[in-house]
Ligand binder design. Structure first.
Ligand code: IMP
Length: 426
């Protein structure tokens, strides 16, 4: 009887997979509603590590999983994930919305070509090169190919031929690059994929509409608030709406009241280009990167690391309407002598709110508040087992954001999580 949304409150990689995995136990249905295989969720169950890019994390609990039309779907990656999960004995109950747009090889090639071209004149975005931007661009340009089109061989051939010819001309004439694989090869590969994926077709919008009335539906966000195409640090963003309001249009359900869980990493990371006011380009940043193993799940790139930024989190709360926070990776800060947190921004010597443009954000200097460091205890089973100085850190976050922290995660395992049911916000 509820809709619960999991949203990344920073630049992605906040540990949403683990929180989704924990909440999945209570859910009947788990829905992925935006992005594609640019995302990467790592879930640790006992000795098994699952790395998922497309299929909702609910699959680990063998729950009903759905991919809604707001996603861009790479069928090659999806089949690989299905095969891997089946090989580890998981039963897959997956439904894909017919209106979901699919990623084709030319989207990947164009993503790479556009990035190299951009780096000549402006700064690179640092995309994952998974074809996400070009696929969403085709959707908006009304030349995209949807899952339903892929399942109709005649229609698929027509659409693919049109797109392939157009993209090939752009690639050779503008980017001086050959388009591979060939049209015939692409057609053959995707027709085979279509046959494998046909059983997963279903009306996700209709099913979710029904399920939210009497079941618990978990909406699993990918990327993070500041990668949102409209409200992130444009152009250093992904190509979808990552904030909670995006759910309604991306799933095809009317606006309704949802529980919104904002996942906050105890510090900040970012992959790719763009401004980052609390970034630590020094030994401390390197220490956090190593302690937190901050390397991309999808691309393996080292993540940029910095202090927690409450100014951006306050803005994230405004955009998403968090009802609770899940604070992750607290253990990574254990052992540091002191910690800093951004509590305000200054621009040209004046205090400013979170700015609307990446150019202004680039020029903002964070005002930092220092906290004493803490050492995590070996055994933690209640909130009181957390070091007092860690509690001070958490209470400051809650009070600043005026949102209760409902979960504290202090390690990758399911067991390394505290559920805090009654947190008072002063
Ligand atoms: P794209 O989504 O591949 O187009 O990449 C656009 C920007 O979003 C780049 O800065 C990527 O590094 C970033 N990005 C995309 N997906 C993720 C994610 O799941 N976690 C963190 N950053 C991401």
């Amino acid at each position: 009887m509820a809709g619960i949304v999991i949203i990344g409150s920073q630049w992605g990689d906040e540990g949403k997979g683990k929180i989704t995995d924990l909440l999945t136990k209570e859910a009947d249905t788990v829905v992925r509603f935006q992005g594609g295989n640019n995302a990467g969720h790592t879930i640790v169950v006992g000795d098994e590590v699952f790395k998922l890019h497309l299929i909702p994390s609910g699959v680990i609990y063998e729950k009903k999983c759905m991919i809604s039309s707001g996603v861009v779907l790479d069928p090659r990656v999806l089949i690989q994930e299905i095969q891997q999960l089946e090989a580890s004995g998981k039963k897959i109950d997956l439904v894909i919305d017919p209106l979901t747009h699919i990623i084709l090889p030319y989207h990947n090639v164009l993503d790479g070509a556009q990035e190299s071209y951009r780096s000549k004149s402006t700064k690179k975005i640092g995309t994952t090169k998974r074809g996400i931007g070009p696929c969403y661009a085709d959707k908006v340009s009304r030349t995209g190919i949807r899952f339903i089109d892929l399942l109709n061989p005649k229609r698929f051939e027509e659409l693919l031929t049109f797109n392939y010819t157009l993209k090939s001309a752009i690639l050779t004439q503008v980017y001086q690059q050959e388009l591979t694989p060939s049209l015939a090869e692409t057609l053959e590969t995707y027709n085979q994929l279509a046959d494998q994926l046909r059983p997963y077709l279903g009306d996700v919008s209709g099913m979710v509409h029904k399920d939210v009335k009497d079941k618990t539906v978990l909406f699993e966000g990918a990327q993070g608030t500041f990668l949102d195409i409209s409200y992130g640090n444009y152009p250093y963003v992904t190509s979808s709406n990552t904030i909670s309001g995006g759910i309604f249009v991306n799933v095809g359900i009317p606006p309704m009241s949802l529980k919104v869980i904002g996942v906050v990493k105890a510090y900040t990371t970012r992959v790719g280009g763009g401004p980052f006011p609390t970034e630590l380009e020094n030994e401390m940043g390197e220490q956090i990167r190593q302690n937190g193993q901050e390397f991309g799940t999808t691309t393996g790139r080292p993540r940029r690391c910095g202090w927690l930024d409450l100014v951006m989190l306050k803005y994230a709360h405004r955009l998403n309407g968090f009802t609770e926070l899940a604070l992750t990776k607290l253990d990574v800060l254990s052992g540091l002598e002191s910690l800093e947190v951004a509590v305000a921004y200054e621009l040209d010597g004046k205090r400013v709110d979170f700015p609307l443009t990446a150019e202004q954000l680039e020029k903002c200097t964070p005002v930092l508040k220092t906290f004493e460091g803490f050492e995590m205890a070996q055994e933690i089973s209640t909130y009181d087992d957390l070091p007092e100085k860690a509690q001070t850190y958490l209470q400051f976050i809650e009070n600043y954001l005026e949102v209760p922290i409902g979960w504290v995660s202090y390690g990758p395992k399911r067991s390394e999580t505290l559920r805090i049911e009654k947190v008072s916000v002063a």
